[in-house]
Each structure stands twice: as structure tokens, then as C-alpha cells.
Design a protein around this ligand. Sequence first.
Ligand code: HEM
Length: 293
Amino acid sequence: MFEVAISQGTTFRQLLSIYLPTINQLFPDTTVRTVQRCQEVIHRVAGRLIQEKKQKIAEGEKSGDSYDGKDLLTLLLKSNTAADLPPEHRISDDDILNNINTFMFAGSDTSSLSLTWTLLLLAQNPGIQDQLRTELLSVAQEFPRDLSELSEDQIQSLHSALSGLPFLHNVTRESLRLIPPVHSTLRVATQNNEIPTLYPVASRSGTVNETKHSFIVPKGTFVHLSIEAFNLDRAVWGEDAWEFKETEDKITKQNVILTRPYVSGKFKDGTQCPLLVSRFLGEVRNMTDCQEE
Ligand code: HEM
């Protein structure tokens, strides 16, 4: 859908439809029809998923063996039918369907692209790849190789185990920093405002050039928020901001109510634990070997 709708270039008509959305309803072109067809598929599949989940939940209630799915849809359906939820707070099946549409829209490309970019970065950084693999293997041993054999309980404990892996956490965050799948977003100013800036802004008033430390945003202005620019700003992240890294800083322990990690000499920067990454050549060994290193 995105391929057809956006990545083939923006036409004058698409720009016009931002200001005149009814043009799409009145005169749908190929792009609009493709998006509509995709929406219909999403609605049909999501509708079927809702019915299937509802049936599982109802069967569970009947048999006394309550359905314990932890997926987003089950949680949404269960909380919507919870006995202590006032009727006016319940949402209709149609709204559940629209929410699923949002989750699919917001959740699928973002997740798959971030995974793709992470895999590419790991391919370009084999040392990090090995270390991450070693960490993941330390967890994998406890579970069946074929993930389709996992019970609901095992899925939960695999999820908790993965969430607790510090290196996986850092690799994921560094990948999202360097290549944020949502590189920017838009907002519209709902009132006139003057926004202070971190860097001086060159501006022109009449024939006079001046340097300002703020700019005026009139009500109704579209504001482009560049997540990628924040993430890659050398002034914030340092000269190596455009590289996929970990740090060589030394980590020290301090007892501050709990035992917390700090970067040596940077206690005032607060608790933080950037990981030391060194290229690992040879066979993948177990976590204990890595930690001893
Ligand atoms: C790596 C994966 C993801 C990234 C990088 C990502 C990124 C973002 C960003 C930047 C926004 C803010 C957009 C804005 O306010 O302009 C956002 C909003 C949102 N995301 Fe994600 N997201 C990811 C995964 C997911 C998943 C898996 C779901 C749901 C299953 C999801 C659901 C949402 C929803 C519901 C919103 C709010 C939309 C709204 O304000 O109406 N996202 N996401």
C-alpha cells in the first residue's frame, strides 16, 4: 500500500488532497482505490480475528478454563468486557476493528523495518553480531528449537528472558537511534507560539539579516519533527554520532540505594551503562566466557 501510495513520488493531486481531502472520495484515482482495497483486506482479516478471539474467550469462560492469551487483541477484548468496566467506557466492535487497523498500520512496517535495519547493522558489525548471538544462545538453550512447540507459559517466560538481556536491549536502542524507522513526523500548531532554539537561526526582516534564538510559529503552521536529525546530532551524541557503536568508557559500581552503574568520571551524568563491545573472532562461546573476558 505504501509502495503504491507514497514511495513512487508525490503528485500535485496528493498535495492538494492534504488540504481538500474530499477530492479522494469524489474522484478516486488508482492510488486511492489501492489504499481502499488494502483497507478492506485489513478490515476483513481484523474482523475475522476479533470473532475468533471472542469465541476462544467465550469458550474459556464456559468451561471455567479461562483463555489466557497475552496478545494485544485478547487483552483489548478482555478489558473491554471486564465486569468492572462501566458500560459507557466500553467500545463497539467497530471501534475495536478501527484500533486493530491502527495497530497494524502503526505496528507492522515500523517493526519489520527496524528488524531489517538491525540485521543489516549486525551484518556490518560482526563482532556485535557474535556477542549478541552468544547472549541470545544463553537463553535459547532453555527452550525448544521449534518455536511453534512453545506453550503459552513458555512464550511468556521467553518474552521475559529476552526483555532482560542487556546487550539485546542496547543493540536495539542503538539501531533505533541510528536508523529510526519513523524518521520524522508532523504536527499542526493549534495556537500562535514562539519556539526557542538551541542553535542560532539566521533570519531576514525586510532587508536586514539577523540572528535569532527563537522563531515564530503562527497558528495552523505544519511543523516537521525530524526524529532522525535529533538522533544523529553530533552536538548531542558526539563526533561518532553517525556510527553504530558502543562505548569504550569504563563502567563503575556505586551504591545509591541500589547498586547502580556509572561511567567513570561522569558520575554527575547520572546512572548509565553503555556496554563495552570488542570484536570477537572464533567460535561462539557461552556467556560466562564473555563475561570473564
Ligand atoms: C520499532 C517499532 C516502532 C516504531 C519505531 C514506532 C514509532 C512510533 C512513533 C515515532 C510514533 C509517534 C508518531 C507521532 O506521534 O507522530 C508512534 C505512535 C504509535 N505507535 Fe508506534 N512504533 C513502533 C511499533 C509499534 C507497534 C508494534 C504498535 C502496535 C501494535 C504501535 C502503535 C502505535 C500507536 C497506536 C501510535 C499512536 C498513534 C496515534 O497517535 O494515533 N507502534 N510509533
